[in-house]
Design a binder for this molecule. Sequence first.
Ligand SMILES: Cc1cc2nc3c(=O)[nH]c(=O)nc-3n(C[C@H](O)[C@H](O)[C@H](O)COP(=O)(O)OP(=O)(O)OC[C@H]3O[C@@H](n4cnc5c(N)ncnc54)[C@H](O)[C@@H]3O)c2cc1C
Length: 166
Amino acid sequence: MNAGAYGSEFKNIVVWSEYLDKDLQLNKINNKEHEFKYRGSRFNNKNDIIVSTILQLKPEEKEKIKLEMEKNNKSRKEKQPLNFPSGGSTFKRGDGYITAQLIDKCNLKGYNIGDAYVSEKHAGFIVNKGNATAKDVLLLVDVIKQKVHDKFNIDIELEIEVIGEE
Ligand SMILES: Cc1cc2nc3c(=O)[nH]c(=O)nc-3n(C[C@H](O)[C@H](O)[C@H](O)COP(=O)(O)OP(=O)(O)OC[C@H]3O[C@@H](n4cnc5c(N)ncnc54)[C@H](O)[C@@H]3O)c2cc1C
């Protein structure tokens, strides 16, 4: 899914991967052939299974790396509701807008269905404050999408993957 944060993403460090296709043939692809895009790649097709990946990291002074990691961890802890279980960022960032800001402007922070809440810390996260079910989360997703559509005429897109739970 080309995970990324703080200005970097897997796209920048993958050299090549080997994957099994649906006929169980082993294939090797270079970086470009991964077809990386924002939070996605050719592996979104669900037909292929990656069996190995080579990553190329940039050597840097140990202290500098440590500082950068500490800075990013601190920022994450300050801005994200890591004290509750969540699926991470619920919606993709939009083209020309920040989805969490649109949700916030709909006054949805703290809105809940059952134990599924729009985080008060970061409107882009749905957190489980107790016994939220997948159904609660998906109903909440629908409410958020509808309210953002009604207010801004924008259809926001899920970043999390739904795998069929009711
Ligand atoms: C609190 C929190 C914060 C987060 N913050 C960020 C963030 O800042 N930036 C960001 O990009 N993401 C963020 N995420 C999302 C995170 O990157 C994903 O949840 C994680 O990368 C998924 O990897 P996984 O192995 O845990 O999940 P999995 O569910 O195992 O895999 C995710 C997807 O990859 C596929 N997959 C898994 N293994 C293979 C394989 N061998 N071959 C082919 N396909 C495969 C699966 O089918 C699925 O579609 C956050 C998540 C949480 C919970």
